[in-house]
Every structure is written in C-alpha cells, then in structure tokens.
Design a protein around this ligand. Structure first.
Ligand code: NAD
Ligand code: UFG
Length: 343
C-alpha cells in the first residue's frame, strides 16, 4: 500500500517525501512541476537511497488521477498541490479558485471511486480571521482576507461536508504557521520563482548578495520591537507532523490541527538570529506596512501535541542555519544545480 503525495516535488511536499521514505512508506508523487523541478526527485533519491514513483501530471486532469488509482494500491493521500501566492491570488482569483478547488474536488471524487478515504490536507494559519486572541487555537474565529486564504477555508468546508455525508472519510486538516528552513543536508529546500515574497528566502538571498537589502514591512506594530511577529516552524518538523497525521487517519473523523512551535518571533529577531548563527550581515531598510499583514500570529499547539503526539523540536537557530546551508549550496535553487551539471 502506498501514500499518494500531490505536489510532492514542492517545498513542503519534498521534505515530507523524505520522511515518508525514511519511515518505510512507498510513495507516489503527482506534480505538474508548475512550481518545482524534476531535480527534486533525484535529490530525494540521493538522500534516502529510495525512489518515489513519479507522475508528471495535473490534478485538473481527472483521467491522470484515475490512471494512478487504477495502477496502484493507495492507502492514503497527502494533498499539498495547489497555488499559494497571496498577491497573485488577488490578481488572478479565477485561476486560484479553479485550480485549488477543482483539483481537490477531482481528488475527492477519484478517492471515493477507488474506496480510498484517508486524506491529510495542507491548510494554513491564514484561515484565522483578525481579532482573535493569541495563541490561536483551532476553535478561533475563521475568515480569510484574500482569494488564496478563501480557497483554503472553502476546501476545509468541502472536506467537513464530505465527512458529514459519509463517515468512512478520515480527514486531517493541518493548518501550517510559517514553514521555513531546509533539510539539514542542504540538498532540498525552498526554491521560489523570481523575487521571494516570504521573509526567510528574502533574507537568504540578501545574505548571499543576490538582493541588495531586506525591506522590513513596518516597525510600528505593538510588538516587542515594532516588527511583525510570526510562528516560524522548521520544514522538517512540519514534514514529521504529516507522519503523525497519517497515523491519526486510522480512525474515521474530521480533525484540524495547528502545526507551529507556539513561539512568536519578530522580523528583527529572525534577522539577528540569522546574523548570529551564520555570521553574515543582513542589511535592511524599514518600509511601510504591507497591506493585509497581521501584527502577531502564533499557534496554540496543545491539540497536536495531545492528539497527534507531535511537537516541533527545532528552534529558530536551526531554521536559520539550515536555510542558509541550502542557499549557499544552491545559490540559484535547483535551476542552477541543473545548469552546473550540464556544463
Ligand atoms: P509549493 O508550490 O512548493 O508546492 C506545491 C506543489 O504543487 C508544486 O510542486 C507545484 O508544482 C504543484 N502543483 C500546483 N498545482 C498543481 C496541480 N494543479 N496539479 C499538480 N501539481 C500541482 O508549495 P509549498 O510551500 O510546498 O506548499 C504546499 C501546500 O502547503 C500548499 O497547498 C500551500 O498552500 C500550503 N501552505 C504553504 C505554506 C508556506 O508558507 N509554504 C503555508 C501554509 C500552507
Ligand atoms: N516580511 C518583511 N519583509 C519581507 C517579507 C516579509 O518584513 O520581505 C515580514 C512580514 O511583514 C511578516 C513576516 O515578515 O511580518 C512574515 O512574512 P511572510 O511573508 O514570510 O509570511 P506571512 O506570515 O505573511 O504569510 C505566510 C504565507 C501565507 C500563509 C501564512 C501562514 O505566505 O501563505 O504564512 O501560514 F498563509
């Protein structure tokens, strides 16, 4: 029996594939490579000495999904595939609703047809509305402020409705806080296309000299140093959370869990830790606030601790060290590694 990983060539998916293989699972990946590279699969192989079965395909293509379910005995699905850029979702709402919702509907239809009812879904802390008390527990008020966030919220509701209609389903919805860092080998990591939107890849690209300076979006929030506070989680801890989530699918149900550390750090905390751990300066300039940003966001992680027997063990120093190792070893991500190989 195998685990099907949608979007398994992506940032979080690739780290999860490594942990799945190391835990003895057979892994099948479907990915259209719209935001990832085939090189990831070679890296996973080198790291684990095991291979995933790979299908280059789109979840919007139902026939492709049927081929996979016909050809393999699939036990559970981990569903990472989707579009995830907040700004792009505001500019292209139709593409975001169509891709994220239709992909998930196809997946649910095909899973049901082949009698596979265990699904772990990648949701996000972005589903928590504003005005909640920190730390955010799973019962906090939900509301999203952009199309990307609304697709996550809608998918959560779709899954809950499927469970209400058929209690054979086992859904584990994981709300990620801010995943950063990379595998400690430096072999796999985050490879954003173009200029990064998120803090850590921006920091590493400034530190390596690809970008001149970091823009800090606001230093007038009511936080300990005025900059925004987030719950950064090491991507390997996050990947391990999926292994625990899979175990939870042994029983029917619909469950949501926060995956974070429970600890908030400001933008300046991240910069200072990065500089301290890696010995590289990160020049920055304070700009105005970025629209849509919350001042503070961090998780209550008790439910995952108790029910999934999972908690993050890697700290901010590990995240900064591993993000930097990945950046140094792969200055231009997977693309550069590929052109080195062909030269
Ligand atoms: P990613 O873009 O690196 O990975 C997603 C993968 O899915 C990519 O490899 C992409 O090529 C593939 N894909 C996209 N659309 C597809 C489709 N229609 N068919 C097949 N493959 C498709 O993103 P990630 O950071 O690894 O995120 C994984 C999941 O976690 C996403 O659902 C994302 O919304 C969610 N999430 C990410 C974060 C974060 O900060 N990275 C935070 C919260 C939630
Ligand atoms: N920030 C900067 N400069 C930058 C980038 C970010 O100062 O160049 C600041 C932001 O203002 C924020 C913090 O760094 O205070 C973190 O910002 P990110 O863009 O890294 O992350 P967000 O918390 O805004 O959002 C991320 C994902 C969302 C996801 C959310 C919760 O981008 O998709 O985490 O999981 F929903």
């Amino acid at each position: 029996m195998a685990i099907l990983v949608t979007g398994g060539a992506g940032y979080i998916g690739s780290h999860t594939c490594v942990e799945l293989l190391e835990n003895g699972h057979d892994v099948i990946v479907i990915d259209n490579l719209s935001n990832s590279s085939l090189d990831v699969l070679d890296r996973i192989h080198t790291l684990t000495n095991k291979k995933v079965t790979f299908y280059k395909g789109d979840l919007l293509d139902r026939t492709m999904l049927e081929t996979i379910f016909t050809g393999h005995s699939i036990e559970s699905v981990i569903h990472f595939a989707g579009l995830k850029a907040v700004g792009e979702s505001v500019e292209q709402p139709n593409r975001y609703y169509y891709t994220n919702l239709m992909s998930t509907l196809h997946l649910l239809q095909v899973m049901d047809k082949y009698n596979v009812h265990k699904l772990v879904f990648s949701s996000s802390a972005t589903v928590y509305g504003t005005g909640n008390l920190m730390p955010l527990n799973e019962e906090a008020r939900l509301s999203a402020v952009n199309p990307y966030g609304r697709t996550k919220l809608m998918i959560e509701e779709m899954l809950a409705d499927h469970y209400r209609s058929n209690q054979a389903w086992r859904f584990i919805v994981l709300r990620y806080f801010n995943p950063i860092g990379a595998h400690p080998s430096g072999m796999i990591g985050e490879d954003p296309a173009g200029r990064p939107n998120n803090l850590m890849p921006y920091v590493t690209q400034v530190a390596v000299g690809k970008l001149p300076e970091l823009n800090i979006f606001g230093d007038d929030y009511s936080t300990h140093d005025g900059t925004g506070v987030r719950d950064y989680i090491h991507v390997v801890d996050l990947a391990l959370g999926h292994i625990q989530a899979l175990k939870k699918t042994a029983e029917p149900g619909y469950h949501t869990y926060n995956l974070g550390t429970g600890q908030g750090y400001s933008v300046l905390d991240v910069i200072h830790t990065f500089e301290e751990v890696n010995g590289n300066p990160v020049p920055y300039r304070v700009q105005g606030r970025r629209s849509g940003d919350a001042a503070v966001c961090y998780a209550d992680v008790e439910k995952a601790k108790k029910e999934l027997n999972w908690e993050a063990t890697r700290g901010l120093q590990d995240m900064c060290r591993d993000a930097w190792r990945w950046q140094v070893q792969n200055p231009n991500g997977y693309q550069k590694a590929r052109s080195f190989q062909s030269n």
